[in-house]
Write a protein that binds this ligand. Structure first.
Ligand SMILES: NC(=O)c1ccc[n+]([C@@H]2O[C@H](COP(=O)([O-])OP(=O)(O)OC[C@H]3O[C@@H](n4cnc5c(N)ncnc54)[C@H](OP(=O)(O)O)[C@@H]3O)[C@@H](O)[C@H]2O)c1
Length: 243
């Protein structure tokens, strides 16, 4: 009998995070529904339980060190390990009416606080528990907008999507993923960066091309990689993206 895996998904009260949780739950994985708003997290966990999945809410604001610490203590006390960490919480705060050079430093700082420092702090806090898993998996939600190669190519579909604070934050997530994969190279833990696609969520907007069930597939696949799967990669639906 195999031991039931435990997954924490940050920003799982809605959007890609909630759908990722749902699809992992359908694989009989125990879900810890991370949400910065406890009531929203509880509502999402209740919804998943009503669908027959094993889910409980856990309050975690990735820009709040105390909240991360408390969440890690709770998971340590109750489960003693973590098998899957999905760093899904993210924010896009650039003002699209402003030029690249004109985004405020407040925008840069707030974006990095959540997308970069929050992601790193969460990973640092949960890494000791992931090391206790037989096969820890870390999924960092990046974006195709992280790709400097594509941003330099006038023929690429993202060439005109210059949201600098968001884009550079996700490029930094990619770079961090490579650095952490190096440290973890001789362990069973894999860490990868995911581009979910352009997905219909509050962030992706109505014009997005992918529905939620497909938008969660990359995160789910990277969370459940086999032992011979990649680490330190930047992937969308199994295909590598240019850095
Ligand atoms: N949608 C796309 O097309 C797309 C494309 C590429 C990459 N992504 C990435 O995929 C991830 C999920 O995006 P989404 O489209 O599902 O966005 P979304 O619907 O806006 O959901 C974002 C989630 O992140 C949470 N969050 C934001 N700041 C947080 C913080 N400080 N602490 C904890 N949670 C926080 C939000 O919580 P609240 O509900 O409390 O605000 C929400 O649960 C993000 O990292 C995003 O950058 C999305």
């Amino acid at each position: 009998m195999s031991i039931q895996k435990i997954a924490l998904i940050t920003g799982a009260n809605k959007g890609i995070g909630l759908e990722t949780a749902r699809q992992l739950g359908q694989q009989k994985i125990t879900l810890l529904i991370g949400a910065r708003d406890a009531a929203k997290g509880e509502a999402a966990a209740r919804q998943l339980r009503e669908e027959g999945l094993e889910a409980r809410a856990i309050t975690i604001d990735v820009s709040d060190a105390a909240s991360i610490r408390d969440a890690a203590s709770l998971v340590g006390d109750e489960f003693g390990r973590l098998d899957i960490l999905i760093n899904n919480a993210g924010a896009m705060l650039d003002d699209p009416a402003k030029k690249v050079s004109e985004q405020s430093l407040d925008t840069w700082r707030s974006t990095f606080e959540t997308n970069v420092f929050g992601l790193i702090a969460t990973t640092q806090a949960f890494l000791p528990l992931l090391r206790k898993s037989e096969a820890g998996r870390i999924v960092n939600l990046s974006s195709i907008l992280a790709s400097n190669t594509l941003h330099l190519d006038p023929a690429s579909p993202i060439y005109d999507f210059k949201l600098p604070a968001y884009n550079v934050s996700k490029s930094t997530v990619n770079a961090w993923t490579v650095q952490l994969a190096y440290e973890l190279r001789d362990t069973p833990i894999k860490v990868n960066a995911a581009h979910p696609g352009w997905v219909k969520t509050d962030m992706g907007g109505e014009g997005a091309t992918m529905e939620l069930p497909d938008g969660a597939k990359t995160s789910v696949a990277l969370a459940t990689l086999p032992a011979d799967g990649p680490s330190g990669a930047f992937l969308h639906l199994g295909e590598p993206l240019p850095w």
